[in-house]
Design a protein around this ligand. Sequence first.
Ligand code: AHM
Ligand code: MG
Length: 347
Amino acid sequence: AAKKKSGYELQTLTSWLLRQEMKGEIDTELTIVMSSIAMACKQIASLVQRAGISNLTGVQGAVNIQGEDQKKLDVVSNEVFSNCLRSSGRTGIIASEEEDVPVAVEESYSGNYVVVFDPLDGSSNIDAAVSTGSIFGIYSPNDECLPDNSDDTSALGSEEERCIVNVCQPGNNLLAAGYCMYSSSVIFVLTLGKGVFAFTLDPMYGEFVLTQENIEIPKAGKIYSFNEGNYQMWDENLKKYIDDLKDPGPSGKPYSARYIGSLVGDFHRTLLYGGIYGYPRDAKSKNGKLRLLYECAPMSFIVEQAGGKGSDGHQRVLDIQPTEIHQRVPLYIGSKEEVEKLEKYLA
Ligand code: AHM
Ligand code: MG
């Protein structure tokens, strides 16, 4: 279970990051990228909280590349995230769930890191003030593909191709990943590849304060989180798995169902309480709904850092080599034993 920070020593995200830098866990550049992401999350938190007041509820009128209605807040959050990353001066390429293709940051502001993000996940919940979140992952440039300044870069094809190649990296290459949940508290969860840390936004000071260190997900947990409205369209072996979870068995206690419909909220609960979250493939959506780059890979990196598992039902999500930027994959994520049990049913 997660250790709670106790005592009087308050550590802000900024001072924690600087400490990681001093320890040599991250370089200055990455520290700056992380701070700019935290800044974006604070701005989005405030936009989400005031949405009903400032007329930011409802749809924008546009449809994104994936055929989904964009909410006003999807569009604004995307701008906030991408502006913060650009002005950090440390990102080279940014890729968003809400944009058609990844883009190179203009030269004068450009740095090295490749950042993928979903600026506002679960936005169907927004108009009812239910939890939402932002998700991000940070990669190094894919060296084979990045031109160095002196070389002729024409062999690399268009800039768009260069960006896509740099973004299509397997989750195994992630340097850092995290999310920010906009809920009854605003919580920023982060891994730099050495454990998972959570920071809570103190609304009084506007600072993220370290509240949990080295979070460990319970090995097992009796909560499942699936959109069971899709049950009829699921594969038979998945139906059998879910049916068995509902069987009270000798203990007389079946699993409990919890589903918000916001990956960040459903994942955060799973991380702390244990259990399993799933977004399966079904008869209509052969690869499920969630995006490998912006949702499944970052969350899988975090869950593994907490001792859990992230799987597409057959293999580690982090091992999947993306072939398209908006690629979808089925996702089963959570406590190690629960994900392994599910994999046995699907085998
Ligand atoms: P979004 O990125 O368009 O918000 O969609 C992703 C969301 C996840 O947060 C959530 O887990 C899932 O979609 C819920 O989908 P459904 O409504 O089909 O259950
Ligand atoms: Mg999303």
